[in-house]
Design a protein around this ligand. Structure first.
Ligand code: NAP
Ligand code: ZN
Ligand code: ZN
Length: 349
């Protein structure tokens, strides 16, 4: 066991602060990494504050992890000390159920082991995430990162990147499709970049008029201020696919009405309180689909990292020392993040 400095929340009402956890010694199939950078996802905030009512304390958030391999177990051939490597939202799963066999470990029937706030099979405690200096993970849940990508700006690909890439791929977004992205935060700005790289005609919906110019620079062909009903109406029944990343409850009919026949509205944002139920007529009369999607499988995460390296896609980030994490959470709640905070873990050493 190695004592490992980290930042943890001790209750829903207390800010995150310095703490120490124990990491296991690497076993034959493990990879041990020194964490260089960890992105800050809105899910970290939801969970640190128990907004999904399933948090066990202490909690060490962080699932957008980039690091250097320092040690590998005897059976590990795919990683070597010195490699740039990454860990995303999961560190294990049952590996035998239909979903795991399909490479969709996030839907594992016995529950994937998430990077933090999951039962830890090795320690009997909880898994602890990336707001820490090092981590030990089974090799099958560690990703390769191209040296072409800037390691700090690549960190958010591990959640924001895969959570937007996976549904865009699954619902076959392709060249010329009219695709909406709702919300220009961490997920949304990755959605804009990835959908643009897939050749879609990208429309960004935002509540923040000040983000218009940025959205266009990031790859949006058009920007709609979602609070303006006249602007929304101009696009009625015209979208093939809309990806909704908003972290707060809102009226989904406003987006369902913009879909063509057979169009799809996919939710990835998971607010603390539910959205008001949409009007069934908005689904029925144009055979529209309302769907959801959870992160992405390991194989697909590697595919996304390689896609991003090929297309030179990174996240737009603001690097912070870990001591600023509570302030960063407040700014995230105020939609004041451009467009992902990334913690420089050197600040914890
Ligand atoms: P974020 O950086 O805070 O971005 C959310 C964006 O939504 C904001 O920047 C804002 O964009 C918009 N927004 C926020 N409050 C709003 C409101 N009241 N009304 C309308 N728009 C609002 O968050 P994130 O890290 O991208 O995460 C977004 C959500 O996805 C969170 O709920 C998170 O837990 C969830 N998530 C889900 C998965 C999954 O697997 N499904 C994975 C990761 C995260 P504008 O300023 O442009 O309006
Ligand atoms: Zn996340
Ligand atoms: Zn499984």
């Amino acid at each position: 066991m190695t004592n490992t400095p980290c930042f943890a929340a001790q209750s829903a009402a207390t800010p995150l602060g310095p703490f120490t956890i124990e990491r296991r010694d690497p076993g034959p199939n493990d990879v041990q990494m020194d964490i260089l950078y960890c992105g800050v996802c809105h899910s970290d905030l939801h969970l640190a504050r128990n907004e999904w009512q399933n948090t066990e304390y202490p909690i060490v958030p962080g699932h957008e992890i980039i690091g250097r391999v320092v040690n590998v177990g005897k059976q590990v051939k795919s990683f070597n000390a010195g490699d740039l490597a990454a860990v995303g939202c999961m560190v294990d799963s049952c590996r035998t159920c239909e979903d795991c066999k399909d490479g969709l470990e996030q839907y594992c029937q016995t529950g994937a082991t998430f990077t933090y706030n999951s039962p830890d099979q090795y320690t009997g405690k909880r898994t602890y995430g990336g707001y820490s200096t090092q981590i030990v993970v089974n090799k099958d849940f560690v990703l390769h990162v191209s040296e072409k990508l800037d390691p700090a700006a690549a960190a958010p690909l591990l959640c924001a990147g895969i959570t937007t890439y996976s549904p865009l791929r699954h619902w076959n977004v392709s060249k010329g499709d009219k695709v909406g992205i709702v919300g220009l935060g961490g997920l949304g700005h990755m959605g804009v970049k990835i959908a643009h790289a897939m050749g879609a005609n990208v429309v960004l919906f935002t509540t923040s008029p000040g983000k218009t110019a940025d959205a266009k620079r990031l790859g949006a062909d058009e920007v709609i201020i979602s609070k303006n009903p006249a602007e929304m109406q101009k696009h009625a029944s015209s979208f093939d696919f809309i990806l909704n990343t908003v972290a707060a409850p809102h009226n989904l009919d406003a987006y369902l009405e913009l879909l063509k026949r057979d169009g799809t509205l996919c939710l990835v944002g998971l607010p603390e309180h539910p959205h008001p139920a949409p009007d069934a007529g908005n689904l029925i009369f144009k055979r529209r689909q309302l769907v959801g999607s959870l992160i992405g499988g390991i194989k697909e995460t590697q595919e996304m990292l390689d896609f991003c390296a090929r297309h030179n896609i990174n996240s737009n980030i603001e690097i912070i020392p870990i001591q600023k994490i509570n302030e960063a959470y407040e700014r995230m709640l105020n939609k004041d993040v451009k467009y992902r905070f990334v913690i420089d873990m050197a600040s914890l050493k």
